[in-house]
Design a binder for this molecule. Structure first.
Ligand SMILES: O=C(O)CCC(=O)C(=O)O
Ligand SMILES: [Fe+2]
Length: 257
């Protein structure tokens, strides 16, 4: 079933939020498959571990492609489902060919960063196991940044904040991909202040408005948005799916004698 992506657009932004993209049964299955994967597939970073699915990227931004796990392209066929969103319609392969699987324990996030030019400027991020709060940031403009001699400084007040429910997908593209940063605060509880008559609900630490609050479907999360409350993070898995333009099969690099 194709999706009408425009229906999921968050305001005038280049972000699209689709709740319930994965069923509960699929989520359980996917997390089991992830946890069953061999230990050596994981790379341990300072505050999270990750796996590369679909192959490795070279320094020159070429994908040395490898088979995706069957749970990406067979059951549940997440690649076809992502194709159906039409988010990748103008990307080179019209579907993602590279996925970073991240595991975050409660209290851990990811510093504001850009995903960079290796990829076509669209990323689809599926959340499993827990909600999180996802922030987009911009750089300070030149005048404000003048006090800092080298490098660009980040404006730490998010330009857009989304509450990502488990089983949702968020699609980021265009300017929000190419000129903005994104990140997740290192929190284990997200404090929600409820919506008012005319004001949206907000979330800690800056109490930024939750831009996708009218699209939320999870009962516990909806209650927090209506009445205020704390949402405890659990272990979250994210599948960040992208399309790399230049691809060579890793198997073709093994010299054949
Ligand atoms: O886990 C997430 O939702 C974001 C991960 C991310 O930004 C990345 O892998 O580049
Ligand atoms: Fe990222």
């Amino acid at each position: 079933m194709p999706y009408n992506l425009q229906e999921y657009r968050i305001g005038e932004s280049d972000a699209f939020y689709i709740p319930d993209f994965i069923s509960e049964a699929e989520e359980t299955y996917l997390i089991r498959k992830i946890l069953e994967s061999p230990r050596q597939k994981w790379r341990q970073l300072a505050n999270r571990r990750l796996q590369l699915l679909g192959g490795e990227l070279t320094k020159k931004n070429v994908l040395l492609s490898q088979e995706m796990p069957t749970w990406m392209n067979s059951y549940p066929d997440l690649i076809s489902r992502l194709r159906a969103t039409e988010a990748f319609i103008s990307s080179p392969h019209e579907e993602p060919n590279h996925v970073i699987l991240n595991e975050y324990l409660p209290g851990h996030g990811i510093m504001p960063h850009e995903d960079g030019p290796s990829y076509h400027p669209v990323v689809a991020t599926i959340s499993l196991g827990s909600h999180t709060v996802f922030n987009y940031y911009e750089y300070m403009n030149d005048e404000e940044a003048q006090s800092v001699p080298q490098g660009k400084t980040i404006n730490h007040t998010p330009v857009l904040t989304l509450l990502l429910e488990p089983r949702s997908v968020v699609i980021t593209r265009s300017q929000l991909y190419t000129t903005h940063l994104h990140g997740i605060n290192d929190l284990d509880i997200d404090e929600i202040r409820p919506k008012g008559d005319l004001s949206p609900p907000t979330v800690s630490p800056f109490h930024s408005p939750i831009a996708n609050w009218t699209r939320l479907t999870n009962p516990e999360i909806k209650r927090a948005v209506e009445l205020g409350g704390s949402l405890k993070r659990r272990t979250r898995y994210s599948l960040t799916c992208r399309d790399v333009e230049r691809v060579v099969a890793a198997s073709s690099l093994i010299s054949k004698r």
